[in-house]
Design a protein around this ligand. Sequence first.
Ligand code: GLN
Length: 451
Amino acid sequence: MITLKEAMALPKEEIAALKQDLRQKIEAKKDLGAYVEQLTGSEIAEFGEGVPIAVKDNIQVKGWNVTSASNILQGYVAPYNATVIDKMLANGLAPFGRTNMDEFAMGSSTETSFYGKTRNPHNPDRVPGGSSGGSAAAVAGGIAIAALGSDTGGSIRQPAAFCGCVGMKPTYGKVSRYGLGAYSSSLDQIGPITQNVEDAAILYDIIAGHEPKDSTSVNIPHKKVSDKIDPNRKLTIAVIDNYMEEAGEEVRNAILNAIKALEDAGHKIVHKNMINSKYDVATYYIIATAEASTNLSRYDGVRYGNRAPSENLKEMYLKTRSEGFGEEVKRRILLGTFVLSSGYYDAYYIKAQKARHLIKAQFESIFEEADLIFMPVSPTPAFAFGSKKDPLEMYLSDIYTIAVNLAGLPAISLPVGTSSDGLPIGAQFVAKAFDEQTLFDGASSLENILK
Ligand code: GLN
């Protein structure tokens, strides 16, 4: 597939042909289920003119049926564009196709979607990762030039790693959340999923920047990074020794090889340890579910999407929410409501906020000595459908990605190897807040080394 950079250089007349070609490819690869339209048998959703970019089903595009892959939002039509969409349109890009996802971005495999399965382009029996599994499968499957995803606890980086493409999560506040279906507001960020590091930087530059309509959007001028990427810059890179113990053998070997390659290329490697990742998981699943339980209270049958036929108001709330939400979403609403309830607030929610502070502080102390941190994205390559039936087991697959969101830092995942059965293995760089330039410099260096 043509890269984003190449597509953006095409004369306007050729974009229509590009879209037509893409439509045919999407039709031919229907079984991938990367797009909601492939699963529902409908026409690819389009808006405006420009280079086609696939959009996760939780980002508002005016006139589109945007549903966060949930039953409760069936029939909802977005009345406005998310800020990222307006920015794309202003820069010659156009939303093209809704990508499948875990319901309300809750999951790590895209298995909780109302629409059904998305398959991993490298092996149809494996999950594409999640929650932005559709976006990653579309890019890796050659049926999207680039895509937008959202990352609350790894949902851009992990599916990118599972599918063998590049996924980038910006610093919290760099990309506006205006028009993003809220999961956990203090963690969510929209970001690019692309075929290579430079394309990720190009798309990031387009969607980043201040948005007055979003109180969590930082009001500092955006400095373009994609035209200044320097793969030859020598960096100090911290590797997290105790994280390697929890990784499966093939992932560990691929990461160790990449570390060796970085060192041979002249980067300085320093060895560090981080707080046991089980505390990250506990902290994340308290904060994320607490915020989700309040964010999802707006889906009550009155204002959005589906409404269950009922005799009275109370019954309408109960029936709409019982029928509309899937099992995983309900589990999280219950968990979040529990940790916020008056008897348990101090024991869980406040404690989690303190732990979050510690997690952030540990990154800051590592960044006193290092420009970047390099670590795994997931303990294993893409797993089989249905193989993580216990929700806790699924949550544990997020051990390497969620601390980054708790600390609000930028990170990028890129392919570093292949497992013995042909599945991609990814690794991620993490940078200081607002230091996306160094993030792309390091990622581009590694991408070149491994070419
Ligand atoms: N897997 C994590 C969760 O289920 C992360 C999801 C995300 O980043 N949206 O919450």
